[in-house]
Design a binder for this molecule. Structure first.
Ligand code: GLV
Length: 327
């Protein structure tokens, strides 16, 4: 009998071309994620689940899926999945690291430049008919070239952002729980404790996974330590930033601006006060959204799914399991 899989959103064709010949497949094709009750129902008799970061995959859901062998997340981050619960139940979890690194770093830099030079605000200014003349003090921003970039997290994406910063002759400071001397030498960047990075950064870019340690890492206390001219960039996870504190910081001028590709919750409610601020750019979690990268992510997720339903080790595992479903 062919393994049965549920896919929580329409996948690019190259990924489906891998899955369909091997699996009895059901795919949720709505634009919005399957509601919780639907997901609970769909996993009842599946061997594999391919999901997105918008799907909450927790212990009760796993307990409703007695045959489930693999949860393949089409994302590098997997804070939407209770990995410990999956491991306890012998369910393999996979993600899509590597293929989205450069695309995400490009976007982090796009946000950094856009916030520094007030690109979004300037475009709105033009369309609103406010462009009357060339003025010496119109829409002044912050220089990127030669500025100090503070990176919180030096994993793949943080490192890729540091590489881009070299082209702008930025001084790069980073904080990561794990020091990376070889990257320091290779890219000419400097390790410092979090406090120093935060205090010295002209741009502070977040590249950490969301964990209980990093939740609200960027809080009022941290924001108060930043330079008044500094800009915060977040392409990691929304909940790493305390958005209430960020609103106060932006409104009261503790920092100059922020650019967020991720919010908590997502989508950001339209009445969120952050959306009233000119010095805050908010994009809809699109840092990895290039045609090529999204296809690579889906293909990688398909390979994880197929390995999981075959009972083979996943090409990109998040957890270590015995390889058989615990009853
Ligand atoms: C996107 O945020 C991802 O984790 O891949």
């Amino acid at each position: 009998m062919r393994p049965k899989v549920f896919i929580t959103r329409q996948l690019p064709q190259p990924a489906l071309d891998l899955i369909l010949p091997e699996c009895e497949t059901e795919m949720w094709t709505d634009e919005l994620p399957p509601p919780r009750a639907v997901l609970m129902d769909k996993v009842r008799d599946v061997d594999g689940l391919l999901c997105l970061l918008t799907d909450k995959i927790d212990a009760p859901l796993m307990d409703n899926a007695p045959r489930l062998k693999v949860i393949s997340n089409c994302a590098v981050g997997y804070d939407n999945i209770d990995v410990a619960a999956a491991t306890e139940r012998g369910i393999a979890v996979g993600n899509t690291p590597g293929v989205l690194t450069e695309t995400t770093a490009d976007f982090a830099f796009a946000l950094l430049l856009a916030a520094a030079r007030r690109v979004v605000e300037a475009e709105r200014y033009t369309r609103a008919g406010k462009w009357k003349t060339w003025g010496l003090t119109v829409l002044l921003g912050q220089d990127v070239f030669g500025a100090t970039l503070g990176l919180v997290g030096l994993g793949r994406i943080g490192t890729a952002v540091a590489k881009r910063a070299r082209g702008f002759e930025m001084r790069v400071l980073y904080y990561d729980p794990q020091r990376r001397p070889e990257v320091e030498t290779q890219l000419g960047i400097t390790y410092a404790d979090l406090d120093t990075v935060v205090r010295q950064a002209d741009f502070l870019s977040i590249h950490t996974p969301l964990t209980e340690t990093t939740r609200h890492l960027v809080n009022a206390d941290l924001l108060r330590k930043m330079k008044k001219t500094a800009i915060l960039v977040n392409t990691a996870r929304g909940a790493v930033v305390d958005q209430v504190a960020l609103y106060t910081a932006l409104r009261e001028g503790w920092i100059a601006g922020a650019a967020l590709d991720v919010t908590d919750p997502e989508p950001i409610p339209l009445d969120d006060p952050l959306l009233t601020l000119d010095n805050c750019i908010i994009t809809p979690h699109i840092a990895s959204a290039s045609v090529a990268t999204r296809t690579k992510m889906a293909v990688m997720a398909a390979h994880n799914l197929l390995a999981g339903v075959r009972g083979e080790p996943l090409p990109n595992p998040v957890n270590v399991v015995r390889g058989e479903r615990v009853p």
